[in-house]
Each structure stands twice: as C-alpha cells, then as structure tokens.
Design a protein around this ligand. Structure first.
Ligand SMILES: Cc1cc2nc3c(=O)[nH]c(=O)nc-3n(C[C@H](O)[C@H](O)[C@H](O)COP(=O)(O)OP(=O)(O)OC[C@H]3O[C@@H](n4cnc5c(N)ncnc54)[C@H](O)[C@@H]3O)c2cc1C
Length: 355
C-alpha cells in the first residue's frame, strides 16, 4: 500500500464474510459511495472491487474486495483523525453488516486507549456575555493541537442534568465508540471553535441562547473551574478563498466570524447575517472592505434561500457558504443538486432544526 505523505498514519483490517461475500461487499461499497456523494466528499476510486474516499485534510478510506470478504485501509493526517475515520467506518459497518462489524479488529488495536482519543476533558476558565444573545465560554485543555483551521467544529459532551458521576464513552474491541444509553445518555450538540491558542491550550466558543436548549441551560448554570468534556474536532474548516457569498443565522455566526476574519484583505463578496433582532444582537462580525455585510431581522428573512440562490446564480465562481435552520437549507440543497458545485467550492449545512 502506498502511503500518501499528507496522511502518514494508517490502520487496516481484513474481514472474512461467512457467506455472500460479493453481494455484501457490493452493498457496503454502494452505501459508502452514496454517503460520500451526499457529503460532497471526493471519491478517488469507485470500481466493482474497490472504493476510495477522501475526507479533505482528514484522510482517506479504501475498501477492497478479497476472495471471501474485504479489506479496509485508512490513512490520516493526525492520530485523532485516524480514530474518527475508523469510528465512522465501524458505525457504518454496524448498520450495514453487523456480523462483520463484531469481527472487525484494527491493525493498531494493541495501542488503543480505553477512552476515545478525540474526547478531551477541559476546564471552564470564563463565561462572558457577547452582545445580547450569546455567552462566550473559554476553556482550557491539555492538548488542543488537533483543533486546526481545517476542522473548526466539535461537540460538547454534556451529562444528563442532575446526574451524579457521569458515564463517559468507551472503546469497544472493534474500535467503535460506545456511547452510554438510557438515563446515562450524553447530550452532544455541535459548536464552533471561535478562537484558539493551541500553545496555551485555550479555546473560546459562543453559545447562542435559546429557549429549551440543553446547552443554554448548561452554560447558564456553569461556573469557572467546572469540567467540560468535548469531542472533536470535526466538520468543515475555513475555506481558503478570496471571493465568497456567505449566509448565516445566529448558530453559524461563530463560524462566519472566523471565516470572514480569515479572508485576504482584497476579498470580494457578500455576507448576509440573520438574527432575531438583526444587528441589534451585537454579535461582533467584521469583513474586508470588498465583502458587503448585510444584517437581516429574522421575521423579514423568510426569503433567505431564494436570495442566496440568486446571489449564487449571479456570482457562480464565488465560494458559496450557507448555514442556517434546516428549512432554509433544504431548498438550497435541492436547487443546487441540479448544478452541483465543484468539490471544495461550497458548504451548505443545517445547523439546527425546528421541532
Ligand atoms: C457544524 C455546526 C456548528 C455549530 N456551531 C454553533 C455555535 O458555534 N454556536 C451555537 O450557538 N450553535 C452552533 N450550532 C448549532 C447547535 O448545535 C444547535 O443549535 C443545537 O441544537 C444546540 O443544542 P441545544 O442543547 O442548545 O438544544 P437542544 O437541547 O438540542 O434542543 C432543544 C430545542 O431547541 C431548539 N433549537 C436548537 N437550536 C436552536 C436555535 N438556534 N434557535 C431556536 N431553537 C433552537 C431545537 O429545535 C429543540 O426544540 C452548530 C451546529 C452545527 C451543525
């Protein structure tokens, strides 16, 4: 196997299937290829006997048919990214070929820790209001080196309110993360690294306060010195572009603020920001002079998807970045299916959904 220099860390496994090896492999290959297309991942190879998918800056995953089963080879940029790719593959296998999943053993299993390597225990350093609708949490963690600009999201891992000693996830023999269930289930909403000092092990994230939110309840009662578990990093990164069309609601302001602040000074484009009270929410966002910032009050912004699609039609070469509530996102996704963007030129994501 040739090692890609961008992804120097590897793990592999060979699985023997008791019967119908060909059709089982084909089921797995087709399901994984479909998922890769849905997540706009690059498919590097797709034949009857092999599938290779690349997750930008994370790594590559290749499955290959063998005489009585198949092999899987994963290479990654960093150890915790290798773990996340392995974890994702194991989860998939559990859904599609549960018997094979039980028998899965990775080549690096002897070096496995008992806790998932992407679980970090941090300490709350401060909680500060940002404008009228956010609280900014600063945390301190021992090793936040993998929280790079190409993966700016992570999950809070919140034990059930009022529980005594939390039950943390563990690793099973096949390398899958086993999350506690039932009354011990952990709440795992996704958040965005707003600022990070990797050397000092400090990170900020901003929680948009909304009624009924368990993260909102957590942050309102959290105190300095409290332990907070997070899992990550994961998700999208900061696009390396100079022309952008960006659309975001409050939940995406932290990501939007980082992206706009990272643009080159001569960038061009527009950014539309939707909040309940518009600009009065006081969330600090700035952009280069050539990127027009437009604030919109939510009750007047029901045409967000339409406006975003018109802007995209007018400026098809601009990077298109859209993150908001699911009902805003669905029509954008559907419209774009007809003219799929080149890989890496767009990001369209539902950050939350109405009940
Ligand atoms: C990639 C990504 C990055 C994200 N980054 C951030 C971030 O940096 N900051 C941030 O605040 N959020 C962010 N979000 C959104 C956040 O994960 C969701 O809002 C999540 O539901 C919050 O969890 P919760 O515990 O507050 O609510 P839950 O307890 O999970 O949900 C309770 C209720 O709240 C509703 N709800 C959820 N979000 C909202 C909302 N925004 N407004 C009104 N009602 C809501 C739900 O519909 C549900 O009915 C991000 C999401 C994604 C996918």
């Amino acid at each position: 196997m040739t090692i890609n220099p961008s992804f120097p860390i590897e793990a592999y496994a060979t699985l023997t299937l008791a019967n119908q090896a060909d059709s089982s492999f084909s089921t797995l290959r087709q399901a994984m290829a479909q998922q890769a297309r849905e997540h706009e991942l690059q498919i590097r190879e797709d034949t009857d006997t092999a599938l290779c998918v690349e997750v930008a800056s994370f790594g590559q995953l290749r499955i290959t048919a063998q005489e009585n089963g198949f092999s899987v080879y994963i290479s990654a940029a960093l150890p915790d990214r290798l773990f996340m790719l392995k974890d994702g593959f194991s989860e998939n296998l559990e859904q599609l070929l549960p018997e094979a999943a039980k028998a899965l053993r990775w080549s690096d299993s002897a070096t496995q820790a008992s806790l998932p390597p992407n679980l970090h225990f941090t300490t709350v350093q401060s909680i500060t209001p940002i404008g009228t609708a956010f609280l900014r949490v600063r945390i301190n963690g021992e090793d936040l080196s993998s929280f790079q600009d190409d993966a700016i999201h992570f999950r809070l891992v919140l034990p059930p309110a009022g529980c005594g000693e939390p039950v943390w996830p563990s690793l099973s023999e096949n390398g899958t993360t086993v999350w506690p269930k039932g009354e011990n289930a952990l709440h795992r909403p996704v958040y965005t690294t707003r600022w990070i000092d990797r050397q000092a092990g400090l990170m900020d994230f901003d929680i948009f306060l909304h009624d009924g939110g368990r993260a909102t309840e957590w942050v309102r009662s959290a105190s300095v010195g409290e332990v907070l578990a997070i899992a990550g990093p994961g998700g999208g990164g900061i696009p390396q572009v100079s022309h952008i069309l960006l659309f975001a609601d409050e939940t995406a302001f932290p990501a939007a603020a980082r992206i706009l602040a990272s643009l080159p000074a001569d960038s061009q484009g527009q950014a539309t920001l939707v909040a309940a009270e518009g600009e009065a929410c006081g969330y600090p966002i700035s952009a280069p002079k050539g990127v027009q910032l437009t604030w919109r009050v939510r009750r007047d912004a029901s045409d967000l998807a339409e406006r975003a699609l018109s802007a995209r039609a007018a400026q098809p070469a601009h990077c298109f970045w859209f993150a908001s509530e699911k009902s805003d996102v669905t029509p954008v996704r559907q419209a774009i299916k007809a003219s799929p963007p080149a890989a890496g030129t767009s990001y369209i994501a539902a950050y939350w959904s109405k009940p």
